[in-house]
Write a protein that binds this ligand. Structure first.
Ligand code: HEC
Length: 213
């Protein structure tokens, strides 16, 4: 009997976990410079007033291929190797929102569901029947509906907000692993080097053996 109860509990909890997963929208993050730059643009306008990305510098953005003029606009008179930090102080944040907005550098890695979670959170705001703003994946969140999705009823307007959210998440996914591309390139070099080395050693071995015969 005990066993049966345990099995039933296990089944229920896995169904519950499945339901939580399926609540997340599934998106394909984009990796092109254009998409990541659009996301950075939107983030600098809509999120940077509250959130920092302490592990990303303006120089990283230029190195990745973003428009230097745009990056210069974003950084103002700060040096190029400054981290993308927000001007909002912890005290003001706590006074205004009751919480310090988390750093976004590693956000797509920090939450279960990754990019899908962040996307669903951004577009997950809605107005409850009581007229309150809530969020499907984080009902008690202290962050305001920055994308304005809860008030958007027109399908075209909603689609536009979703596209912008996807760009922002693409940027955040890049920011969480900015050296991924370099790593791939290095991998090709290493494989090429090993191939050349193997071929050379093969000829050396043939030479030595031919002398021994
Ligand atoms: C007005 C200030 C403000 C702005 C602007 C803002 N946020 Fe936030 N954000 C917050 C606060 C405060 C929290 C902490 C929420 C909580 O834990 O209740 C938060 C939390 C988050 C989280 C973490 C949610 C979680 O699961 O813990 C993400 C992701 C996030 N914000 C992304 C963004 C993005 C992307 C933008 C731009 C579209 C943005 N925020 C704009 C204040 C802001």
């Amino acid at each position: 009997m005990k066993k049966l109860i345990v099995i039933l509990m296990l089944c229920c909890s896995s169904i519950a976990a499945g339901a939580a997963e399926s609540k997340l929208e599934n998106i394909q993050v984009e990796t092109s410079v254009q998409a990541v730059e659009r996301g950075a643009d939107a983030l600098m306008n809509t999120c940077h007033s509250c959130h920092s990305l302490k592990y990303i510098t303006y120089h990283d953005l230029v190195k990745f291929g973003m428009d230097k003029k745009k990056v210069d606009d974003w950084r103002g008179d700060q040096p190029l190797d400054t981290a993308v930090t927000s001007q909002l102080s912890d005290e003001t944040a706590i006074q205004s929102y009751g919480k310090v907005p988390p750093d976004l550098s590693l956000m797509t890695k920090a939450r279960e569901g990754g990019a899908n979670y962040v996307y669903t959170y951004l577009i997950g705001y809605y107005i409850t029947p009581e007229g309150m703003t809530s969020n499907h994946v984080f009902p008690e969140t202290k962050m305001p509906d920055m994308m304005g999705i809860s008030g958007a009823t027109d399908p075209a307007q909603r689609a536009e907000i979703q596209t912008k959210a996807r760009d922002i998440v693409s940027f955040l996914a890049w920011a969480a692993d900015p050296h991924e591309e370099e790593r791939h390139k290095l991998g090709y070099y290493v494989i090429g080097y090993l191939l050349v080395l193997t071929t050379l050693l093969f000829f050396v071995k043939n030479q030595i053996w031919s002398r021994l015969k």
